[in-house]
Design a protein around this ligand. Structure first.
Ligand code: FE2
Length: 323
């Protein structure tokens, strides 16, 4: 089965190709780099549509002509409306022009499935950490159930907000990670409520701390505190479910400090920890293509007329028809 996957939920226009016989054949992308500001949905959407043609050409060059695909998968949601619309329109156009099944994919489920595929994980606790999402997930009774999550902002957005407070030219969590490697820890507010987490008190306090502490020290303390919160809730999920595998996925899962801490916790709990290479944790088209192949094999398609993007589309709304 040959599936084209189109991702456009936020700042990335990603187009990937999954072939069930040969694996991932292409994972091409264009990335909208918002400078010292939050992401502007309209500007991002313009960037995505301007780059869609070139990204599609690159993916096709590494795989098959459009006429040879068995289906076109796209991100139905969640995400920013104008950005989601770009990918949906492209997918619908290809589906109609070449008479191919159109496959709706939940972005969060795609992050989980590509990570399970690459790490060969069977039944893990999932730590899903990205800009907009921070969730601890377990598959129970045919759905990815959210056992714990952020009560306010996603961890990635918290790092981006802090990056902007530092007036970094490119406010991004990876720069916070670099600065943190040279810093020393001091205490910041730690908020875990049962299985849930809250970050607004922490980020407000971190920004205020810049008056007294170096940016390296605040970056270090912000990372240490937020990661400890996340790991506390994850450890509880492992204890509660008795599962023996933990995987991390989403943009923030690229953070090496977080990976190391999760790995230590898992070792102490007798569980394994795995994470996919960075290219599959950042938003990408291959994950949509792969998740699309699972959905199509289970018979999930949508007619182009009915395919309306869903800005809010929770992980646990998706009925999983595959193993
Ligand atoms: Fe994502």
């Amino acid at each position: 089965m040959k599936i084209l996957g189109i991702e456009s939920s936020a700042h990335t226009l990603g187009i990937g190709v999954f072939d069930s016989a040969r694996g991932i054949l292409a994972n091409e992308k264009a990335y909208y780099k918002a400078k010292n500001s939050g992401i502007h949905p309209r500007k991002a959407a313009d960037f995505l549509s301007e780059n869609a043609g070139a990204v599609l050409d690159a993916a096709i060059a590494k795989s098959f002509p459009l006429s040879e695909f068995d289906g076109v998968a796209f991100t139905l949601g969640p995400g920013l409306g104008p950005c989601l619309q770009v990918g949906a329109t492209l997918a619908k156009t290809i589906s109609l022009k070449y008479d191919k099944p159109l496959i709706p994919v939940n972005h969060c489920v795609a992050h989980i499935e590509i990570t399970r595929f690459i790490t060969k994980s069977k039944d893990p606790i999932v730590v899903y950490v990205s800009g907009g999402n921070t969730q601890i997930i377990s598959r129970e009774e045919g759905r990815y159930r959210v056992l714990g999550e952020t009560l306010d902002i996603g961890m990635g957005n918290m790092f981006d907000t802090f990056g902007r407070a530092l007036k970094l030219e490119w406010a991004h969590g990876s720069i916070v990670e670099q600065l943190a490697s040279k810093g020393n820890y001091f205490e910041l507010p730690y908020t875990v409520k049962g299985m849930d987490l809250a970050f607004t008190g922490l980020i407000t306090s971190a920004i205020k701390s810049l008056e007294k502490h170096s940016k390296e020290d605040v970056c270090k303390s912000l990372q240490e505190t937020s990661f400890a919160m996340l790991i506390e809730a994850t450890e509880r999920a492992v204890a509660l479910t008795g599962k023996k595998e933990v995987i991390a996925c989403g943009g923030v899962a690229q953070n090496k400090t977080l990976q190391n801490k999760l790995s230590v916790m898992c070792e102490e709990r007798g569980a394994t920890f795995a994470v996919a290479p960075n290219e599959y944790n950042a938003d990408n088209g291959a994950m949509i293509a792969y998740a699309g192949s699972l959905a199509l094999a289970a018979g999930t398609t949508i007619s182009p007329e009915k395919a309306k993007v869903k800005q809010r589309y929770r992980t646990d709304e998706v009925e999983l028809k595959w193993k």
